[in-house]
Design a protein around this ligand. Structure first.
Ligand code: IMP
Length: 408
């Protein structure tokens, strides 16, 4: 069975925790896109693990994890991350593989990324990890894939410095390299999780272009870059937070205007620990944007939603969610492509009463207070999508499963 998990907002929805949780029933986890720009946090037994390139199933001793064909991989960052895991007692050898179609991020890409950003009149707010450069070179057919690293013919166009650097990493990369499609065909009876990076609104095609990352973070990416075809996807899960955050620049219709000390924005950032895992940047915060979420559900065929961070609202008397955009004198309920429209959109807000009760100990849907369930059911109605999993805290056990994605 093949289950795809993507972020349904602008990234940082809590995918790491959900992939880790669902990986207990999978044998293989394939991360299909992005690079060291991503940051997936998992808390296990009080210990915090921040993953950037390694798929989130790694914390189980028996799972195979694969860096998929759509990924752009900085070997320095990868082996540093693996060494960090090893220090924490995670034995990764023999169960971390990389698709031979994945691309390499060379050190100079990071510099080029920063230079490109500095030249933009409206910077994107990139993480500076060379991601946009790697994907640009891939599209212009000048990239180097894992399949190429021991093929001198393919390396002739590389500058000498790049070749010297690659020769340092080659011997460590080669034992991890696999033909992903063949591997998955050989393990066709396994249960596989396909882990997206970033989120639907940061996808190069479906996102808020040009304020996006450069990879495919949409569900279709799992098919194009995960080693399977689109008809073999059994289920698409979209992870979203009870509110919205965004790191970097770009339109964000529900962003709180007031970010001063004591504001709701700062309250959510502090309670939700909304600081970038990769860059440490404070995340921009705002109410849940249901217009954007419904769009993400539509363009990704999201079968079921997964709600995270709802416990961050535990202390609130009341809160709101966006059900439409006012642009000029028109109210719209569909997510526009135009940056100008999105930037000028004023959210139409609907009020909800808070529950003022800690949710962290709830283990079934019925244990959730009525007001929390009212919020959840409103989201389901608006997006026309059921919420099958609810996370009420960072620990694995703080997860309410209403319906398992592994049941066909
Ligand atoms: P880049 O992918 O580093 O080029 O960054 C492009 C945009 O995507 C920036 O606004 C980043 O902050 C954002 N971004 C990239 N990766 C992530 C992520 O994993 N979570 C949230 N935002 C991200």
């Amino acid at each position: 069975m093949n289950v795809v998990i993507i972020g349904a907002q602008w990234g940082d929805e809590g995918k790491g925790k959900i992939v880790d949780f669902l990986a207990s029933d999978a044998q293989i986890v394939v991360r299909f896109s992005g690079g060291a720009n991503a940051g997936h946090t998992i808390v296990l037994g009080g210990e915090k693990y921040a993953l950037h390139l390694v798929p989130s199933g790694i914390l189980y001793p028996d799972k195979i994890v694969i860096l998929g064909s759509g990924m752009v991989i900085d070997p320095e960052a990868l082996f540093q991350e693996l060494a960090g895991l090893e220090q924490k007692g995670i034995d990764w050898k023999g169960r971390v593989f990389i698709s031979d179609r994945a691309h390499i991020v060379f050190p100079r890409y990071r510099e080029l990324d920063k230079q490109a950003e500095a030249g933009r009149a409206r910077p994107i707010g990139t993480t500076g990890r060379g991601i946009g450069i790697a994907y640009s070179l891939k599209a212009s057919r000048d990239g180097i894939r894992l399949a190429d690293i021991d093929d001198d013919e393919r390396l002739v166009n590389l500058p000498g410095d790049d070749r010297a650097w690659l020769s340092i990493w080659k011997e460590r990369l080669l034992p991890l390299r696999i033909d992903l499609a063949a591997y998955l065909r050989q393990h066709r009876n396994s249960w596989r999780l396909f882990e997206g990076a970033q989120g639907a609104l940061l996808d190069i095609d479906t996102g808020t272009y040009p304020f996006v990352s450069s990879g495919m973070s949409c569900a279709a990416g799992a098919a194009a870059q995960g080693g399977i075809g689109p008809r073999h996807i059994d289920r698409v899960l979209g992870v979203f937070k009870a509110y919205t955050t965004r790191v970097g620049n770009g339109p964000f219709p529900t962003e709180f205007a007031d970010d001063s000390p004591g504001s709701l924005s700062q309250y959510i950032r502090n309670v939700g620990n909304e600081y970038g895992t990769t860059t440490g940047r404070p995340r921009r915060c705002g109410y849940l944007d249901l217009v954007a979420l419904r769009y993400a559900c539509t363009v990704n065929s999201i079968d079921r939603l997964v709600l995270t961070h709802i416990d961050v609202y535990d202390g609130l008397e009341e809160f709101e969610a966006c059900v439409g955009y006012k642009i000029g004198d028109k109210v719209i309920e569909d997510f526009p492509a135009s940056v100008r429209d999105l930037t000028g959109a004023r959210p139409v807000l609907r009020k909800f009463s808070g529950w003022k009760t800690p949710l962290g100990k709830c283990r079934t849907y019925e244990e959730l207070p009525l007001r929390a369930r009212e919020y959840i059911e409103f989201i389901e109605e608006f997006t026309e999508t059921s919420i099958s999993i609810i996370s009420v805290g960072s620990d694995r056990k703080q997860t309410i499963v209403r319906e398992s994605p592994w049941i066909k």
